[in-house]
Write a protein that binds this ligand. Structure first.
Ligand SMILES: *[C@@H]1O[C@H](CO)[C@@H](O)[C@H](O)[C@H]1NC(C)=O
Ligand SMILES: *[C@@H]1O[C@H](CO)[C@@H](O)[C@H](O)[C@H]1NC(C)=O
Length: 224
């Protein structure tokens, strides 16, 4: 009796976790229009839009993507660090933008990087939550189109943007992310998480992998 009860509890717990954790689609915002994921090196970046190291990490990563296209598949996961007071709102606004106008997601991320200091803890400590959301919605409308300002504000009362942002955070947690930027290459964590990677370092990481790609399956198989 006791044993069956325990099994039942575990079963329900499993169902509950599956229901609460598994999202309907893979987290993250793909950059560019590269859909040929099977032939590309998959680069995943966990960025906090209000983190200076994420800001510094973006230009070299973007340059790398543009230069190596279509050999790279780039996906950015928003990851709101808990000690950045406005990060959850910022990450949520990326999900709102993505829903309103998907091609505005990265322009909004870049606006955050540009005006980031304004949203740090100190300069916003006297502001109400509502004032911050109002300000972020205006920034968001700059990216998605100013005609969508009221839709953008409504996005902050839409539970879907809340749960999408929670999913982004939880997904980072399941991958062991505890700072930003964190990078994964073909699913493997790059060491040195928490710091920006410059362009030359990226090249030295990607080029050998690309050599393997171009050699094809036969060549790499022959080395065994
Ligand atoms: C969607 O966002 C892009 C990038 O900011 C912008 O160029 C475009 O005009 C927007 N689309 C609409 C319908 O406003
Ligand atoms: C916040 O309010 C306090 C008390 O009124 C003031 O001393 C401080 O300068 C304000 N800080 C900012 C960043 O506005």
């Amino acid at each position: 009796m006791g044993k069956h009860f325990l099994i039942l509890i575990l079963l329900f717990q499993g169902l509950y976790m599956a229901r609460s954790l598994i999202p309907a689609k893979y987290d993250g915002f793909p950059y560019g229009d590269n859909s040929d994921i099977s032939n590309a090196i998959i680069v995943e970046a966990f960025f906090d839009p209000l983190c200076p190291d994420s800001r510094d990490a973006w230009p070299p990563l973007k340059q790398l993507f543009l230069e190596y296209y279509p050999h790279l598949y780039l996906l950015v996961h928003p990851f709101p660090l808990p000690y950045h007071d406005n990060s959850f709102v910022a990450c949520r606004s990326l999900h709102i933008a993505n829903r309103l106008n998907a091609s505005a997601t990265y322009p909004l991320l870049e606006l955050f990087f540009k005006y980031q200091e304004k949203y740090y803890n100190d300069p916003t400590k006297n502001l109400s939550r509502a004032a911050i959301i109002e300000d972020v919605a205006r920034l968001g409308a700059q990216a998605v189109g100013n005609a969508l300002l009221s839709e953008f504000k409504d996005g902050f009362t839409d539970s879907r943007s809340d749960s999408a942002t929670r999913t982004s955070f939880k997904y980072g947690c399941t991958r062991g992310v505890f700072g930003t930027p964190f990078f994964f290459l073909n699913g493997f964590l790059l060491p040195g998480g928490g710091s920006a990677i410059d362009y030359e370092t990226w090249k030295s990481i990607i080029d050998p992998l690309l050599g393997n790609h171009e050699g094809g399956v036969d060549e790499s198989a022959s080395s065994f």
